[in-house]
Write a protein that binds this ligand. Structure first.
Ligand SMILES: [Zn+2]
Length: 179
């Protein structure tokens, strides 16, 4: 599990990547951006719940925690995405489900590229249907983990995109005001 910040950054990049295409320009909205970010965090929901139970009960509730392990698998994440799309985002059910799915698949892509540092149950993506472990071994360059470099690149790209869209927004405001 890379840091939450990296997962959010990757969701942010996915949003920009997809909405960059003219075909998907109607997705350029805060609503959809939020869905991309939310989707990228779905598999780690158990950590948020564990933290919440810690705040409420003063200790981690392991029963809750271990029963939520299922959210860190494709099937479980899909169920969460389905549940969210059918309730909170039911006005835009289909597109919400698609975006949340893209988001959590991006999460898994990051997780499995952390081999061999990710824990086994973070790489058994098809559990409980299969115990197959999925991983991408990025290896080392001069003793430095390529995965770590990859994380920095994600963060830098996301920050660059953020600044660029901030500046673009400001420019648009200025040109609108001068009209
Ligand atoms: Zn994860």
């Amino acid at each position: 599990m890379p840091a939450i910040l990296i997962h959010i950054a990757f969701g942010y990049i996915l949003y920009h990547l997809i909405t960059h295409f003219e075909k998907f320009k109607n997705l350029r909205a805060h609503y959809f951006l939020f869905l991309f970010l939310l989707g990228s965090l779905i598999p780690d929901i158990k950590y948020f719940v564990a933290h919440l139970t810690y705040l409420i009960f003063g200790s981690e509730n392991f029963a809750v925690f271990s029963s939520l392990v299922v959210t860190h698998q494709i099937f479980g994440s899909f169920l969460v995405a389905l549940l969210l799309s059918a309730t909170l985002f039911r006005n835009k059910f289909k597109i919400s489900l698609v975006i949340l799915t893209i988001g959590f698949l991006g999460h898994f892509l990051l997780d499995i590229s952390q081999y061999p540092f990710a824990s086994i149950n973070h790489m058994q993506l098809l559990y409980p249907f299969s115990a197959q472990i999925f991983y991408i071994n990025l290896g080392f360059i001069n003793g430095i983990q390529v995965f770590e470099i990859f994380q920095y690149v994600i963060l830098i790209v996301a920050i660059t995109l953020f600044i660029a869209s901030f500046i673009r927004g400001k420019m648009r405001n200025i040109s609108n005001n001068s009209k």
